[in-house]
Write a protein that binds this ligand. Structure first.
Ligand SMILES: [Zn+2]
Length: 232
């Protein structure tokens, strides 16, 4: 089957040659090219590497939509999305009374057409709530103030902290185990004292979150995979 793959062109002043990247978080292809290279040569380069691009794109994890029957991680545990059109409420989690070997459910009430949006809203709300709780706990422990806490859908980093103390996080951290979310909150709060990634910064982060190294390892192994959920 023929398939069309779009390639984003990026001119970089320091680039000496063409380089291709397939990014899993954004599921796109980026061709970096020297400032003065022609579009024709960029096209030729991409066309010479169509097999490579195709193989890489096919190896990307399949996107998982927020629809009934799909399995998504919530706080590190797989949950199956279940539609409960007649139920009251909006979105809630349920663990079966039958036993621990039954997959927990993420139940969604209301019309089918609202499921994806309701699941997204629920996850963002829970992420904001838990990140705020964790950040406030860590801030109190080291006597620093924090500003506004926002959640967004970032692809390049999991969290950030401005000089004025506003914290921002990826909502996708709610998909990860609790110790990962807690570590990210500790990491950004520690930036209230050290704005760098110096040894002193890491010592402070580890004192707040003893699971820092385990969380970093988890993100390295599974972080990119969190971007496949909820694709439109
Ligand atoms: Zn940092």
């Amino acid at each position: 089957m023929d398939e069309t793959i779009y390639v984003n062109l990026r001119r970089v002043s320091g680039a000496k040659r063409f380089t291709l990247r397939v990014r899993s978080a954004t599921r796109d292809v980026v061709l970096t090219m020297p400032q003065r290279a022609s579009l024709t040569s960029a096209r030729e380069f991409a066309e010479r590497h169509t097999d490579w691009i195709g193989a890489r794109v096919r190896r990307l994890p399949q996107p998982v939509k927020f629809e009934p029957g799909e399995m998504i991680p919530y706080r590190g545990a797989p949950h199956i999305i279940v539609h409960r059109p007649e139920a009251r409420g909006i979105v809630w989690t349920e663990t079966s009374a039958l036993g621990a070997d039954v997959t927990p459910m993420l139940c969604v009430a209301g019309g089918r057409e609202h499921i994806a949006r309701r699941v997204t809203d629920f996850l963002r709300r829970e992420a904001a709530k838990r990140l705020r709780q964790a950040a406030m706990k860590h801030a109190a422990a080291i006597h620093v103030s924090i500003g506004r806490i926002g959640v967004r859908d970032t692809t390049s980093r999991w969290g950030s902290c401005t000089a004025s103390g506003a914290l921002s996080f990826s909502w996708r951290l709610i998909l990860a185990p609790d110790f990962v979310l807690d570590y990210l909150a500790a990491h950004e709060v520690a930036h209230r004292i050290h704005l760098d990634h110096s040894d002193r910064f890491w010592a402070l982060t580890r004192s707040l979150a003893p699971h820092t190294d385990r969380a970093e390892a988890w993100l390295k192994a599974h972080g990119a995979g969190l971007h496949r959920y909820g694709a439109a």
